[in-house]
Design a protein around this ligand. Structure first.
Ligand SMILES: [Zn+2]
Length: 119
């Protein structure tokens, strides 16, 4: 199993999201998992559920995840904002974290069905 596939499953990442790299820094004892969103992806509006909203923009963010053995593990990736025809611009929470949190759902011990959406 490849490292990107392992973290894809651990984080509950599925298309249009994807784990693009897993980097280990043995000196700093950190693992950085980089996740990205497929270019041109259409997402659901987090307010009304309207399907196929275009991504207006995205901001890079880093979340603290559970350690991988003795390595501090961080997840970095985009937080996209959709442009819904009914609701306007809304921030989408990525599959591994809730909105505004700097920790992954796994780190916060939130229940998951592969990190399904939480309130
Ligand atoms: Zn909407």
């Amino acid at each position: 199993m490849r490292d990107t596939q392992l973290y894809r499953d651990l984080l509950g990442v599925s298309p249009p999201w994807r784990v693009v790299s897993v980097d280990m820094d043995t000196e700093a004892k950190t693992i950085t998992v980089t996740v990205d969103l497929k270019s041109g992806a259409l997402l659901s509006c987090p307010e009304c559920g309207h399907q196929r909203c275009p991504v207006k923009d995205r901001r890079q963010r880093t979340w603290r995840h559970l350690d991988t053995c003795q390595y501090r593990t961080m997840v970095q990736g985009p937080v996209p904002r959709t442009e819904c025809p009914d609701c306007g611009v809304k921030t989408v929470e990525p599959p591994w974290a809730v909105r505004y949190s700097r920790f992954t759902k796994g780190f916060e011990h939130r229940p998951s069905s592969a990190f399904s959406r939480c309130p």
